[in-house]
Design a protein around this ligand. Sequence first.
Ligand SMILES: [Zn+2]
Length: 440
Amino acid sequence: MNFPKYIIKGATLPNGDQRDITIENELIVALSQTGSATPISTDHVVIQAKDCRVLPGLVDLHTHLREPGREDSETVLTGSRAGARGGYTALSAMANTSPVADTAGVVEQVFRLGQEAGYLDVFPIGAVTEGLLGLSLSEIGAMADSIAHVRIFSDDGNCVFDPLLMRRALEYVKKFGGVIAQHAQDPRLTIGSQMNEGEISARLGLKGWPAVAEEAIIARDVLLNDHVKSRLHICHVTTAGGVEIIRWAKQRGINVTAEVTPHHLLLSDEVASTYDPIFKVNPPLRSEGDVHALREGLAEGIIDIVATDHAPHPTESKECEWQEASFGMLGLETALSIVQKTMVDSGLLDWQQVAERMSHAPARIGGYDNQGQAIAVGSVANLVVIDPSRNWLVDRDLTMSKATNTPYHGHTLPGVVTHTFFKGRATVIDSTVEKIGEVQ
Ligand SMILES: [Zn+2]
């Protein structure tokens, strides 16, 4: 395919320098001083970006794309389009599909669907245990050797609860540099749990989900990994205690990384008082104190990355009684705005640090080639352009996702993604998702 050539004029790089960025044939071919005589031929598409920030394309390590099996909620194609609109150039597809991604066949299917969609890289995550049942290890080696080249393994949705299986999984992936991403939730302590255990759950009469159910598993697994010396990643940390355990582990030199979701950076369990199941999520929204600790933990780098836990559900699974509703909320199209609102506008992170936590670090953890690269001549042009000075109104009926379960419907958020580039081709232009193959 013959790609158009682009010049992004006057965008501010993560380090604060203002540059004109020339993109040709998948690559960044020039970074010139803004205002210098950049040769512009008529075949360059010029993008005026003097009020904008340009960041390396965002990389999500935690996306539920639902295909195969729940295409009524999301498909690889619709999820890819939602990701592109949110500024992502790579997604990691969680394994809790139907069938479960626990064989080379399923991960290769998801990988191919991502390539066919073509909006961004879709990297499948393999299940740790067969059928996510927590009883025996899945075909980890076969998935690692497949064309999908799986490096992250997770039973997300379920916790790998058996410590012996967790140990074996950590040992297995150590052989090829893989990582186990743990959904830290003691299942015995959370039977029937509906929301964070605390004052509000007591007042509402909803079964509580204690912080210790998460923290006990994080503590166990960092100790296990200290013993095994493999790679451990903690999914969606939600409690102040969890941050403290990870801080302790890192100080001790244990190889652990951790993620926080945008919604846990913004929302507390107060919103459950509305009884609106749009706020029902696993792990649950925690206390104001936890939200504060998560922001501090992300600012300090104790929590390495932001990951969306984008979890689409059909309307009937969310517009019902709280007790019956599914856990989860959309995240891809709003993540960068929520991070700007909670972390940048509050002065906790600068844009260079946002690039680290939403692109460079997740690409490193996943071992994703050509993602999370510095914006430099010769890099593959995976980029997002954002106008932080503009606001936008979230409208669930305009989402690219097949589902509509965003908790931000009707809210105004800061930061508009104006352009996304995937391998040198614009997938989003003026906030509109481009049809792949339209430009020849
Ligand atoms: Zn999870």
